[in-house]
Design a protein around this ligand. Structure first.
Ligand code: PMP
Length: 392
């Protein structure tokens, strides 16, 4: 049987890690994989997470099954954290999911199974897994240009034109904040305009909120999503706690269906639960239990927010430092200050990306995406000089 299968391409970023690990140069810089790193290059466990884990070990008295909806206390706490009362609780159906990926998978499968005619509108470039989940499920997809990499410019006109073209029941995918891979987020007026357009044509937003708190802060990063769901009768939100709690491998996330009324929310929730049951039965517990303990304990919550704010401040500092380097050969780094979160995508040729790796020990994705957090402050000038060398 297995000889009938075609081998699948290896994950490009994982291959890059292997190359990076094999590079003996002390000065090497890893801008590939999308995890946060501190100034020393580490991705430590949050102190608040460690405290919550200790508490969990002492107090958890059973590991019996929960339902497909997972830890309902976690779901309620994340709903408050993300939506902050922007919509009445009884219009929201929420489920814990294995990470933001599981949340996206559930939201997309809910639509494709029940409304196969719906078109998903996706701005490019986007996180590649968006596309692979959509195409894997046979969804109808239309793309538009979110960001022009050569000009380093967010294309608001293309986004608004796509929103106008979307039809009733179509799904409009948006990154809530810290756009992956470009860092180019919607400004508040763009959120207002898209919300207005979707409310007129009956299309439904699917908001992927995977970096809440890493852009400008917990309030500002969710403001667009909150405005949108306040303005529309229906929305879907895929939320990841993996970055903002640093619990990546614990697979911690939630999906929220916001429905027009309480009865519709209940039906949406029951459909989501059925799909979850058929996929993974129920989500892994540990990360969600930890996040619930943190979010519902005043002291732990303050500690977590401080740690998260420290990460956000470091990302902003690196962005400022890079932007201050100005032009590095043909690449203008000044745009990086206005972008948000962990990523930027630079207009680099494959030859330049290879030369950065070979001549300077700088490792990045073939798309030109860099993980801002992979740079220590002291690396910024050296990185700009390396760019100037390969692109000069
Ligand atoms: N959405 C985006 C835009 C992401 O970048 C990621 C993680 N790389 C996710 C969702 C999913 O995150 P998780 O690890 O929680 O599945």
């Amino acid at each position: 049987m297995f000889d009938q299968l075609k081998p699948q391409p290896a994950d490009a970023l994982l291959s890059l890690i292997k190359l990076y690990n094999a590079d003996p140069r002390d000065s090497k810089i890893d801008l590939g994989v999308g995890v946060y790193r501190d100034e020393t290059g580490g991705t430590p466990v949050f102190a608040a997470v460690k405290s919550a884990e200790r508490r969990l070990i002492e107090t958890q008295d059973s590991k019996a099954y929960l339902g497909p909806e997972g830890d309902v206390g976690f779901v309620a706490a994340v709903c408050d954290l993300a939506l902050d009362g922007a919509v009445a609780d009884d219009r929201v159906a929420g489920l814990q999911t294995p990470g933001g990926t599981g949340a996206l998978r559930l939201a997309i499968e809910l639509v494709v199974r029940n409304l196969p005619e719906a078109t998903f509108w996706v701005g490019t470039p986007t996180w590649p897994v968006h596309m692979s989940i959509l195409t894997g499920l046979g969804a109808r997809v239309r793309t538009y240009e979110h960001f022009d990499v050569q000009r380093q410019a967010f294309n608001a006109d293309a986004m608004l034109a796509a929103a106008r073209e979307a039809g009733r029941g179509d799904i409009f995918l948006l990154h809530g904040c810290c756009h992956n891979p470009t860092g180019a987020d919607l400004a508040p007026e763009h959120w207002r305009e898209v919300a207005q357009i979707l409310s007129a044509n009956g299309a439904v937003p699917l908001i992927d909120l995977a970096y809440h708190g890493l852009g400008e802060g917990l309030g500002a990063d969710a403001a667009g999503a909150r405005h949108m769901i306040g303005a529309l009768p229906e929305a879907l939100i895929a939320y990841s706690c993996d970055k903002n709690f640093g619990v990546y491998r614990e697979r911690t996330g939630a999906v929220f269906a916001i429905a027009a009324d309480c009865a519709a929310a209940e039906v949406a929730g029951s459909n989501l639960a059925t799909i979850a049951r058929n996929n993974w039965s129920m989500p892994p517990d540990h990360g969600a239990a930890v996040a619930r303990l943190i979010l519902t304990d005043a002291e732990l919550r303050v500690q977590w927010q401080d740690e998260l704010q420290g990460m956000q401040a470091r990302l902003s500092r690196i962005r400022q430092r890079l932007a201050a380097c100005g032009k590095a050969g043909d690449v203008d780094l000044s745009h990086i200050a206005a972008q948000r979160g962990m990523f930027a995508t630079l207009p680099l040729s494959p030859a330049a990306i290879a030369a950065l790796r070979e001549r300077h020990g700088v490792y990045m994705a073939g798309s030109g995406r860099i993980n801002i957090a992979g740079l220590a402050e002291r690396d910024c000038d050296r990185f700009a000089a390396a760019l100037a060398d390969v692109e000069g």
